[in-house]
Write a protein that binds this ligand. Sequence first.
Ligand code: PMP
Length: 283
Amino acid sequence: METAYFNGKFLPKDEIKISPDDRGFLFADGVYEVIRWYEGFFYDTNSHVTRLKRSLRELRINWPDADSFPTIATELIKVNKLENQPAMVYLQVTRGAARRTHYFPTPEVSPTSYAYAWSFEPESQLKETGIKVMLKEDIRWSRCDIKSVALLPNTMSFQEARENGLNECIFVRNGIITEGSHSNIFFVIDGTLFTHPESNDVLSGVTRKNILRIAQESGIKIREEALQENRIRFIQEAFITNTSLEVTPVIELGGNTLGDGIPGKVTRIIRDKFAIEIKALKG
Ligand code: PMP
């Protein structure tokens, strides 16, 4: 039986009951985080906790246990006997359950917190071959920096990509490439690495941040600068980053083959350096 975390307790998952009046259900009024277990440790939990706290603060949800996320996650790995396999932990915190009003509940109610762990099969093949991605108008709201559970534009767009045999949907806002439905995107132009700067238009990815550090340590020139869609023809390489896909090369963007249509040199260097960092952490 799978054990999950719910409001301070570890319970069999099928015993967990969430109110139909929960604002997560009614309004998608909540935030989430996902961390990855590398058979012995979670990667950069500090950054995930910092981002979780920021998302909660921006939505004014008072969940006092954010610092306990790594402890909760470790316990979930243990009780579900996932220590020796790749796994992920998902945490969601909503504003809580109250009669439906657009304004926040008065008096304040306790947030609802829920987390679970699952064994996960890394997509190693895609990291070797690279992926093809679509481009689409960014139909999301203007606070994409908050890791909110309101992901309908993301799920709709990713579904569209999959139905077209593509592995991600990359958004374009006002002619500028922002990020993917569940990833950040990087480009290589004449040896320089570009990615959208931190702003309300993108999620500040934990992998993004670490890749910028690794690129810098490798002496690769970095520009945190938004790229116009009309400059696609100048892109020689691209890759997406997120917690589960790590660094995954992009070989086709919106129907345009990038470079030679195979993972580029800079991309491979960064992908491999990330893998080396993980291996070193495994000890
Ligand atoms: N952007 C979006 C919209 C995402 O959903 C994700 C995945 N959480 C990312 C970027 C990448 O974030 P991370 O590297 O922290 O997984």
